[in-house]
Design a protein around this ligand. Structure first.
Ligand SMILES: Cc1cc2nc3c(=O)[nH]c(=O)nc-3n(C[C@H](O)[C@H](O)[C@H](O)COP(=O)(O)O)c2cc1C
Length: 188
């Protein structure tokens, strides 16, 4: 297996982080990888809000829990109601990736950037986790307030977030993968 494939297969969602902040050089390398992701027609209508302020992240979690409970989503309400719930797992860095509301490809573009962040982070032995649970916050009345605070452009909306930090656990088992999801159509 080559190095790229090893990194892809080694990457796991990390849900326990050290409090130590990742180095700026590492953050910039990871963000550079995000900017190198493909986007439809190379429009790059995405925005990356990097949050490294613990108090703000903790306050966001309180507001996320409230927004999720008000959303009526039973699955997510059960998730955020766990006693030790922290939407970002206390990661010291969170990147919120937003896309242009007017582009039909924003979800794809932002997701491609998110995956590049996950892979780049793993290549530097930095833990990461894709976070979707935060989204109801931006559909709530506090959403606009947070968009302003995070300097997310007005015509953009959050698509996904990635938590980043040094891993507090290692050897996370690989959740099982389905094998019967590929079909081959070959000549003859
Ligand atoms: C769109 C999307 C949303 C996700 N949201 C969350 C989340 O809110 N919290 C979380 O802990 N993991 C989240 N994950 C991570 C998945 O649970 C994880 O990728 C999956 O269980 C496979 O595990 P692995 O990443 O270790 O291979 C999300 C993944 C994706 C692609």
């Amino acid at each position: 297996m080559n190095e790229t494939l090893k990194v892809i297969s080694r990457r796991r969602s990390i849900r326990s982080y050290q409090t130590e902040q990742i180095k700026d050089e590492e953050l910039h390398e990871v963000l550079e990888a995000a900017l190198l992701a493909p986007s439809a027609a190379n429009v790059q209508k995405w925005h990356f809000a990097v949050i490294q302020e613990k108090d703000l992240l903790d306050r966001m979690v309180i507001d996320i829990i409230e927004a999720v409970r008000n959303s009526g989503n039973k699955f997510l309400t059960d998730v955020v109601s766990r006693p030790d719930h922290h939407t970002f797992y206390h990661a010291p860095t969170v990147v919120i990736i937003s896309g242009d509301k007017s582009s039909p490809y924003s979800q794809n573009d932002c997701s491609a950037a998110a995956e590049n962040i996950l892979i780049a982070a793993e290549s530097l032995n930095i833990g990461s986790c894709w976070i979707g649970t935060f989204l109801p916050l931006f559909a709530s009345e506090k959403g606009e307030e947070y968009k302003k605070k995070l300097v997310i452009p007005e015509d953009y909306y959050p698509v996904c977030a990635v938590a980043l930090g040094y891993k507090a656990i290692d050897n996370v088992p690989t959740p099982p993968r389905k094998k019967d999801v590929i079909s081959f159509v070959k000549k003859g």
